[in-house]
Design a protein around this ligand. Structure first.
Ligand code: CA2
Length: 145
């Protein structure tokens, strides 16, 4: 399977601040690890991070020609981007939403995801393992088909 691992605003800062919330792994190291884990599953993963809503939407629009599944951490766009919701609904590529932190233990505004209804499911609070769990789910689902 080919995975698109898409990360939204501020996730390029991983590892540099708030390690208690987001862990100590930097964004580049995370991508290296996720690509290596994809390989052990017999898959390929591309990582893309953007602080810009339109760039994330463009990547979602382009996904059908290249990817079997999207693993998306929309960052704070999770909580208010109807544009990302519409983009996910517009493409026929399954998506799992991942949050590194447990958003339900945090501020009230983080409890709602406007993007999750367009996803197969949502994983939160498992740290960066959430991205691996999402890949693993898609691989097992494919093997069951
Ligand atoms: O828990 C998650 O993965 C979030 O999607 C992260 C977003 C936040 O707005 C969501 O509510 C939950 C924020 C990412 C900010 O990442 C940083 C990483 C290191 C230092 C500063 C910010």
């Amino acid at each position: 399977m080919n995975f698109l691992i898409l990360n939204g605003p501020n996730l390029n800062l991983l590892g540099s601040r708030e390690p208690d919330v987001y862990g100590q792994t930097g964004y580049e190291a995370l991508c290296r690890e996720l690509k290596a884990r994809a390989k052990t599953m017999g898959c390929h993963a591309d990582c893309l991070q953007s602080n810009h809503e339109g760039a994330l939407i463009d990547a979602i629009h382009e996904a059908p020609s290249r990817y079997d599944a999207i693993i998306l951490n929309p960052g704070a766009f999770t909580h208010y981007s109807y544009a990302i919701l519409d983009a996910l609904k517009a493409v026929d590529v399954p998506c799992i939403e991942v949050h590194i932190s447990n958003v339900h233990r945090r501020e009230e505004f983080r409890h709602q995801s406007v993007t999750a209804p367009a996803c197969v499911g949502q994983i939160c609070g498992l740290g960066t393992y959430g991205y691996i769990a999402a890949m693993s789910y898609f691989v097992e689902r494919e093997n069951d088909a």
